[in-house]
Design a protein around this ligand. Structure first.
Ligand code: F0G
Length: 481
């Protein structure tokens, strides 16, 4: 796990940074946690931060910035048009990705909105290694359909496949033949594939995808939001890339794609996003939409301070000791939970530790949202906020039918450079307590269900008083905290 060897043989992640600014945390008693989760309609998105001890909802926009990023924010150039800050960020993207054009947007999904409007024709399809919630929503909104082409191992929660984010090249070939090039808007690869547990693709696989796209004149788009983790795994796990630097791997990836976009909330540890390309024709089309939806072409809805921080953050992403922080903590967490028999997604990915709720609470039927119930239960047992990544995160089809998700996962995100090892150990301890008491956890049902992206602000109810029973058992075993 660590390149630094410990004399006593310990296998723990070691932080290559120190804390300079801290935020005080608050652990409210279990009875308050019970009330808070009820008030939140058992949806962890609706909890208030004052009721949360460790926020593992996401790694988006909550990574710790470096002192260099903070310093850069002070010199931001606040002009509406032609800001020096924009030029700095554009130049940094060119340096790192080799792309001539940079189009700023306020976050990742804004890039997806614009790319879908430009590229997706009604009735067309978008093949991809796996979907992400907002990506799919924008493609569908523009009349397209997502076609997922993951390899078989992608959906096996327990596996030793190092690159579960790979696309099945044979299936891609078949899809091109079946639908024809005309019907395909673009092909999308997602780095650090989010919804299957932050799993990477290999450089060799991306080369294979590019070859097919090139042969058929198809546009290849990379969602680079979780590229940092993917870079780390390529360096660690892909033999042919062992001696390549992070920058060399990055360049090998970006040279293969026609367009890359990213959420700067993840990649670059700032808040914003952007689209990079060398394709002038596409650039001209996208350029029309940025001022319409985002802001002028030299800020795209972002604060110039965040843009300064992003330029430095992207540069710092080329540092091995920066990109290994998340994955090493996650590997520790996954390893410790696995040792104790808790069902987790293996091998460890980026983004966070993913618990297989389908197995953890196998007594809860899938239409009663096992991963959502587990997220609510873990909050009661620990004050830790995780995120449901299962059927609740799916969208009903046009006939109102609810598709069941391929996987029911509880994601415990590990934002970069934020938590300490003792905090991670606390989470492991509480997950273990919950596992012992898992039969107390019951299902959930929607009582208020929004039509789009319902997981964000939908409210749920229980079929019994299981949350009360769980809180009571917790208090009897461990006291009020
Ligand atoms: N693509 C991927 C792979 C993502 O993980 C996200 C966001 C987006 C696009 C959208 O970017 O949030 O800046 O609009 N993922 C967050 C998460 C929300 O918690 O996983 P955004």
């Amino acid at each position: 796990m660590n390149r630094i060897k410990f004399f006593n043989g310990e296998q723990i992640p070691l932080e290559m940074h120190k804390a300079k600014i801290i935020q005080k945390l608050n652990l409210v008693p279990v009875q308050r946690r019970l009330e808070a989760v009820r008030e939140a309609g058992y949806n962890t998105f609706l909890l208030k931060n004052t009721d949360i001890f460790l926020d593992m909802l996401t790694d988006s926009g909550v990574n710790a910035m470096s002192d260099r990023q903070q310093a850069a924010m002070m010199v931001a150039d606040d002009s509406y048009a032609g800001s020096q800050t924009f030029t700095k960020l554009e130049t940094k993207c060119e340096e790192i990705f080799g792309t001539k054009y940079f189009l700023p947007a306020h976050q990742g999904r804004a890039c997806e909105n614009i790319l879908a409007q430009v590229l997706v024709k009604p009735g067309s399809i978008v093949p991809m290694n796996y979907h992400f919630t907002t990506t799919k929503a924008h493609i569908v909104l523009n009349g397209g359909t997502v076609v997922e082409l993951p390899i078989e191992e992608a959906l096996q929660t327990r596996s030793d496949c190092p690159f579960k984010g790979n696309m099945d090249l044979e299936k891609l070939s078949d899809v091109i033949e079946k639908y024809g090039v005309e019907k395909i808007s673009f092909v999308r690869m997602e780095a650090g594939t989010n919804l299957i547990g932050g799993q990477p693709f290999s450089l060799a696989n991306l080369q294979g995808v590019q070859k097919l796209c090139h042969e058929h004149g198809l546009v290849l788009v990379l969602d680079a939001s979780l590229l940092a983790d993917n870079l780390y795994f390529i360096q660690e796990r892909e033999t042919a890339c062992k001696n390549m630097s992070v920058s060399q791997i990055t360049r090998s990836i970006s040279d293969l794609v026609d367009v890359l976009y990213f959420s700067g909330r993840k990649l670059g540890c700032a808040r914003g996003g952007g689209i990079c390309t060398n394709n002038e024709e596409l650039y001209m089309k996208i350029r029309e939409l940025i001022p319409l939806y985002e802001g002028f072409l030299t800020y795209g809805g972002m604060s110039v301070r965040e843009m300064e921080a992003m330029a430095v953050g992207l540069e710092e992403t080329m540092d091995e000791e920066m990109i290994n922080q998340g994955p090493q903590f996650i590997a520790y967490m996954v390893g410790e939970l696995d040792k104790r028999g808790i069902p987790v997604v293996t091998p460890p990915g980026g983004l966070g530790c993913h618990i297989n709720a389908a197995e953890f609470v196998d007594h809860i039927p899938q239409h009663q949202y096992p991963a959502g119930a587990l997220a609510a239960a873990l909050y009661i047992a620990s004050g830790v906020r995780g995120m449901e990544r299962g059927t609740m995160s799916e969208q009903r089809d046009e006939n109102g039918n609810e598709p069941l998700a391929d996987l029911e996962l509880l994601r415990l995100a590990v934002p970069r450079r934020v938590f300490t090892l003792s905090q991670v150990k606390y989470v492991i301890d509480r997950v273990c307590w919950l596992y012992e008491n898992r039969r107390l956890i019951g299902g959930l049902e929607f009582i208020d269900e929004p039509q789009n992206l319902r997981f964000f602000f939908g409210r749920l109810g229980t079929f019994s008083d299981w949350p009360e029973a769980l809180a009571e058992k917790f208090q009897a075993d461990l006291g009020t905290l």
